[in-house]
Design a protein around this ligand. Structure first.
Ligand code: SF4
Length: 475
């Protein structure tokens, strides 16, 4: 006989129920998972209140499941439970079996939710609503995600717009940040969102300024910015003009680049502020002429995160998207890093992210800017910025992502291939570890090699998560 299990639409609710069902040895085909807002004629299964006995599943299953749980399909709960049942009943390698139907669907759902989440972080646009008493404005955005990703994505906006008060409305539910807490409430239709204000003009200007004509790729623009979202994006009004002007702007960029005469001093130390604090460093770095990299990059990209962070992740240098946005790890590598951190349980809002070199180094190739590795002179010139960030934050753990970051902090002889995942005690942090840069995973053309590399990267970050948990437990 099949019994119904009603659950609220959340990963935690599914996880609690699934743990009890596994402990009771209830097979997947004996239950029908019903969302709490749906009805069923099936008899309800009574689940005990007591906590079930523990069982082990691969750590990455939990991370992936958190995203799959957001997929807009009532069948997702049954799929998740079937996967869990199989993993705990002798099929430990299930996640590695790409030919299995369940595994295939599981990863397809995961990919779609991940993409939807990425689109939400890129396409949400806030509009300012003035309060009647003249106090600071509240910012409101309306967005229509494909999946139930609001709870998953709200912490991203909390970090990015921590000092603003804002609300994101979606048809499913809404979230408000009041400067202290995130509060979730019912969803609303688009007609109830406030319309038009000066913030839209600001977005249009920002987009026009950050639009890189040398990288004009219409196909990609349409894919990245689906027409469905255009109604809520003020900058779409300027796209036609920007496309028309692109060839002229490329020519200007090239001329400007060749005409620029770089005059650098040889060390960032000449530009450090008299008082070392994160806000002062962030201001001062925009004037840095320590090496020639300032000439062609859009701006210096300083680190980001809490000043009392226990962990600092250090990458190589800002990429193309970071250079335009002025923020570290906002491109594909950053998304991958966020994802793996979430999978292993490193709280993203307790982490400071930065780079060994603060300006984007690239080679112009046709209409593209191709990443170029900073040389020893540039790395040495830039080191005072990273050293200052570390001296202010005083982290317990530093994670070097890739060989540039590792050699910047651990010396030229250090080899990531030989010593990745090893803890090293240094003068600037009690625990330093090096692993690969997430961009190296993204560049791998071979699927199997990429899966294997991600597994190893997850393993390394798992060591970091464990060390963090141990540290907290003994604090
Ligand atoms: S890369 Fe570093 S040293 Fe060179 S100009 Fe930029 S901030 Fe200064």
């Amino acid at each position: 006989m099949t019994n119904a299990v009603h659950i609220q639409r959340s990963f935690e609710a599914w996880r609690d129920a699934a743990r009890k069902l596994i402990a009771l040895d209830v097979p997947p085909d004996a239950i029908a998972w019903i969302d709490d807002d749906s009805s069923s004629l099936l008899p309800e299964l009574d689940l005990p209140d007591a906590a079930p006995s523990a069982f082990q599943v691969p750590a990455e299953f939990v991370g992936f499941s958190r995203l799959v749980a957001c997929f807009r399909d009532p069948q997702r709960w049954a799929l998740l439970y079937r996967m869990l049942w199989r993993l705990t009943h002798g099929e430990k390698q299930l996640l590695q079996d790409a030919t299995d139907d369940d595994t295939h669907r599981f990863f397809a759902m995961h990919r779609k939710v991940r993409l939807d989440r990425h689109k939400m972080t890129a396409f949400v646009r806030f509009r300012a609503v003035q309060s009647e008493d003249g106090s600071e404005p509240h910012y409101i955005a309306w967005h229509r995600p494909d999946h139930f990703i609001l709870r998953l994505t709200a912490p991203f906006f909390q970090r990015r717009f921590a000092s603003m008060k804002w609300t994101i409305l979606t048809p499913d539910e809404s979230v408000t940040w009041d400067g202290t807490d995130l509060r979730f409430s019912e969803g609303v239709p688009a007609s109830q969102a406030p319309a038009g204000d000066e913030l839209e003009t600001l977005w249009r200007t920002y987009y026009a300024n950050s639009f890189n004509p040398a990288r004009l790729n219409l196909k990609m623009m349409r894919r990245e910015m689906p027409v469905r979202h255009w109604a809520t994006l003020p900058e779409t009004e300027v796209i036609d003009d920007l496309i028309r002007e692109a060839p002229r702007r490329v020519e200007e960029m090239v001329k400007k680049q060749t005409a620029t005469k770089c005059k650098s001093t040889g060390s960032a130390a000449d530009f450090l502020p008299p008082r070392i604090s994160l806000p002062q460093l962030r201001d001062a770095i925009q004037g840095c002429r320590g090496c020639d990299l300032y000439c062609n990059a859009t701006q210096a990209v300083f680190g980001e995160g809490p000043k009392d962070a226990s962990i600092i992740f250090v990458g190589e240098q800002p990429g193309d998207q970071e250079d335009l946005a002025g923020k570290p790890f906002v491109g594909p590598s950053g998304h991958l890093l966020d994802e793996v951190m979430e999978e292993v349980g490193i709280p993203r809002d307790e982490v400071y992210v930065t780079n060994a070199v603060k300006h984007f180094k690239f080679e112009p190739r046709g209409t593209r800017r191709i990443h170029a590795k900073p040389n020893a002179r540039e790395m040495a010139a830039c080191k005072p910025w990273l050293a200052s960030e570390i001296s202010v934050i005083k982290p317990e753990i530093v994670v070097c992502l890739g060989s540039t970051a590792a050699q910047q902090l651990l010396g030229k002889q250090f080899r990531v291939t030989k010593s990745r995942g090893e803890w090293i005690k240094t003068d600037f942090a009690p625990r330093v570890m090096a692993t690969v840069h997430p961009s190296s995973l993204l560049r791998m053309p071979d699927h199997d090699a990429r899966v294997q590399a991600r597994k190893m990267f997850t393993h390394d970050l798992n060591l970091v998560a464990k060390a963090l948990r141990k540290m907290k437990a003994s604090a």
